[in-house]
Design a protein around this ligand. Structure first.
Ligand SMILES: [Zn+2]
Length: 386
């Protein structure tokens, strides 16, 4: 089945002429700040299910209240259903690559990413995720490796990028073998490097608990590394994504030149691979809360806010009754109406995903675009000021 779908989409991808607006023009306006929020694995049905749970049939999630709505095509360079590495590389660098490759083209040439351009233009930068900082999506916004599973290498590169805010999990990849950090388990680095100690020597504040994060004086914090799990940030996710986003935005706002921030809700994808609808809905609503935080900030600042997904994970239908063994539920809308999540797949799909945007240049996202177009708009939005 997957093969047939794959073939259909490969054919479509190669033979149907598409109008690209890839010319890297200068934008007329430049926002001061850019916040890109990625719900990993978030398809249209994920958004609908979360909306039903939180707001019911007639309500809207915070992300749905953004001004501009559009669609993004997600296939990777060779027309395959994408993984997170190829999708994030496309969004971060404007070039499609093959699955599992991070920040490089299919011939393994390095591709300059948005974060590197933002740093070049004097902006502060930040990466926030609920999975390992070294996981595919955050990795593609900062680093260049042949394979997404080279997580020790990703951590090393990440710490040499002058990124002001790094929040996520994955402490193990920052510590040498036989060394313990804040969490159970031991480091995984075989090069003897303690990247946390090195970061502190280079002026980073290190935090690993919600309380430490809360206590952080954002007005005087220039650089911070926050690792809140040995691997992913374990459920119930603490600190939650909204708090991580809020703190990141506050710290990055100290830069008068503005900032670029990427925020990923990484566990929507994980819960969907597991066909665990309760966790999926929880991650979706946490993500939406983080979007609300960013949206509130964007309203009082010159900020382009983009909310997007890298691909859909786990096809499902929303039904009023239980129809098979693969149904999760019941879940309830605020008015008490029951619904079930009827899983049909635990894999990524080729479906288009939704994009929501607000602020300066957000109108550029109207319509349907390739995932590389995210880079195009951000790049143009960075450029005019310089
Ligand atoms: Zn993904």
């Amino acid at each position: 089945m997957i093969r047939v779908i794959n073939l259909i989409f490969t054919v479509t991808f190669i033979f149907v002429p598409q109008i690209f607006t890839n010319a890297l023009l200068y934008a007329e306006n430049t926002p001061k700040n850019i916040i890109l929020m990625i719900g990993d694995g978030m398809g249209s049905s994920h958004i609908k299910a979360a909306k039903l749970k939180k707001r019911g049939e007639n309500g809207l999630l915070s992300m749905q209240k953004l001004d501009i709505h559009g669609y993004i095509r997600t296939l990777s360079a060779n027309g395959e259903i994408t993984d997170s590495a190829a999708a994030a590389t496309a969004m971060a660098t404007g070039t499609k690559t093959n699955n599992e490759i991070i920040g490089k083209d299919p011939d393994y040439n390095n591709l300059k990413n948005i974060l590197e351009y933002a740093e070049k233009y004097g902006k502060s930068t930040g990466i926030v995720t609920t999975v390992q900082l070294t996981h595919a999506t955050p990795a593609a916004f900062a680093t260049h490796v042949r394979n997404r599973y080279q997580m020790e290498k990703i951590a090393l590169q990440m710490m040499h990028k002058n990124i002001e805010v790094l929040f996520g999990g994955g402490e193990n990849y920052f510590l040498p073998e036989n060394q313990k950090g804040c969490f159970t388990g031991e480091g995984k680095r075989d090069d003897g490097n303690n990247l946390i100690n090195k970061a502190v020597k280079n002026g980073y504040i290190y935090v690993c608990t919600k309380q430490e994060l809360k206590n952080l004086d954002t007005s005087i914090t220039n650089r911070v590394l926050g690792l809140f799990g040995a691997e992913e940030i374990k459920r119930p996710i603490k600190p939650n994504l909204a708090l991580l986003t809020k703190k990141a935005v506050k710290i990055l706002s100290n830069d008068p030149d503005g900032f670029f921030l990427m925020v990923e809700a990484g566990q929507i994808d994980w819960a969907s691979h597991e066909n665990n609808a309760a966790n999926m809905l929880n991650s979706m609503l946490q993500f939406d809360k983080a979007v609300k935080t960013a949206y509130q900030f964007s309203q009082s600042s010159e900020t382009l806010l983009i909310v997007i997904s890298d691909h859909q994970t786990g096809k499902f239908e929303i039904t009023p009754d239980k129809r098979s063994l693969f149904a999760d539920g019941p879940f309830y809308m605020p008015d008490g109406t029951k619904f079930f999540i009827q899983w049909n797949s635990d894999e990524h799909t080729a479906d288009k995903v939704k994009i929501f945007a607000s602020g300066t240049n957000s109108e550029m996202f109207k319509g349907t675009h390739e995932n590389t177009y995210i880079f195009d708009v951000i790049y143009r939005s960075l450029k005019t000021k310089n």
